[in-house]
Write a protein that binds this ligand. Structure first.
Ligand SMILES: C[S@@+](CC[C@H](N)C(=O)[O-])C[C@H]1O[C@@H](n2cnc3c(N)ncnc32)[C@H](O)[C@@H]1O
Length: 266
C-alpha cells in the first residue's frame, strides 16, 4: 500500500513529470493521441480545453489542428507539468496554459467546442462531479474525449506471478478512482452526454529496455513499490532482472488496454 497517503499516491513533481513525458513520447502513446484527436473531430478555429494537460503533447498537436484562428487551453494542477507544456508550446500564440483544477474550472459555462481529458479522472475522488464540470464548460453540441486505462487487465510475462500481482495491486490502490473504464459509459450518460461511443486502444510491447511505454512503466512501478514498502531493493532488482532475461530470450510480453470514450453535449 502506498505509504504517502494510500490514495492519491502519485505526485506530479519535476521528476515524475519528466518520466511521464518520456513515456508519453513513445509511438504507442502518440498513436493514442491521434485517436483522441480523431474522436474530437477538431476544426480550424475551434476552442479546445485539455484538462490535466500534463507535458502538453496533446495541447501542441491540437493547437496545430485548430490553427492560428483557434485556441487551445491546457490546464493542470502541477507546476512541473505546466512548465514542460510551456516549453513544448512556445511560439504557438493560440495556446493558453493555466494552473486550474478540473474539480472547479475557472472557465465560464459553454466556453469550449471540444474537451479532452486523458488519464486524469483516475486521480479524482468525485468523478461524477468532475464530469458535470466538463459538461458545464462545453458548448451545446460540443464533443468530449475521455481516455482511461484498464490497469486491472494489465498482463506481463514474469517469473513471479504472485509478486507481480502484489505490485499491480499496489498501483491500483494508488489510484483514487481505479478501473474507471467499466463505469465511464454509465457515468457519461448520467451526466447527460449523448452519442456515447467507446473504442479500445491497446498497448502491446514485446521488448524490455527499448524506448517503449511499458519499460518506463514497470521501472517506475518497481521504484514506487520500493518507496511504498511493498518490495525491498533486492526484490525490485530481481524482478527487473527477470524481465531483462525475458527480453534476451525473446519472451518479454506486456499489454494493457486504454479505452477512449467520446460523447457530445446535447
Ligand atoms: C498521467 S498525467 C496525463 C497527462 C495528459 N493528460 C496526457 O494524457 O498526456 C495526469 C495529469 O493530470 C493532472 N491532474 C491531476 N489531478 C488534476 C486536477 N484535479 N485538475 C487538473 N489536473 C489534474 C496531473 O497533474 C497530471 O499532469
Amino acid at each position: 500500500m502506498p505509504a504517502d497517503g494510500a490514495k492519491g499516491g502519485v505526485t506530479f513533481d519535476a521528476k515524475t513529470a519528466r518520466s511521464v513525458e518520456r513515456g508519453y513520447m513513445t509511438p504507442e502513446i502518440a498513436h493514442q493521441r491521434a485517436r483522441t484527436r480523431a474522436a474530437l473531430a477538431l476544426e480550424a478555429g475551434d476552442h479546445v480545453l485539455d484538462v490535466g494537460c500534463g507535458p502538453g503533447l496533446l495541447v501542441r498537436e491540437m493547437a496545430e489542428a485548430v490553427g492560428a484562428g483557434g485556441r487551445v487551453t491546457g490546464i493542470d494542477t502541477s507546476a512541473a507539468m505546466l512548465e514542460l507544456a510551456a516549453d513544448r508550446c512556445a511560439g504557438l500564440p493560440q495556446v493558453r496554459l493555466a494552473d486550474d483544477d478540473l474539480r472547479a474550472l475557472s472557465a465560464a459555462d459553454a466556453s469550449f467546442d471540444a474537451i479532452a481529458c486523458t488519464q486524469v479522472l483516475l486521480f479524482i475522488e468525485d468523478v461524477p462531479a468532475a464530469l458535470a464540470e466538463l459538461a458545464r464548460t462545453l458548448k451545446p453540441g460540443g464533443r468530449i474525449a475521455v481516455l482511461e486505462t484498464d490497469w486491472r487487465g494489465c498482463i506481463l510475462n514474469t517469473g513471479d506471478a504472485a509478486l507481480t500481482r502484489r505490485l499491480f495491486d499496489a498501483w491500483d490502490e494508488a489510484a483514487v478512482s481505479p478501473n474507471l473504464p467499466v463505469v465511464l459509459s454509465a457515468l457519461l450518460a448520467e451526466t447527460g452526454f449523448a452519442e456515447i461511443g467507446v473504442e479500445a486502444v491497446p498497448i502491446i510491447n514485446r521488448n524490455f529496455g527499448a524506448d517503449n511505454f511499458s519499460t518506463g512503466f514497470v521501472r517506475g512501478l518497481a521504484r514506487k513499490c520500493t518507496d511504498w514498502g511493498v518490495i525491498d531493493d533486492d526484490g525490485a532488482r530481481d524482478w527487473l532482472a527477470d524481465l531483462e532475461r525475458k527480453d534476451r530470450d525473446g519472451a518479454y510480453f506486456f499489454s494493457v488496454s486504454r479505452f477512449l470514450f467520446s460523447a457530445a453535449k446535447a
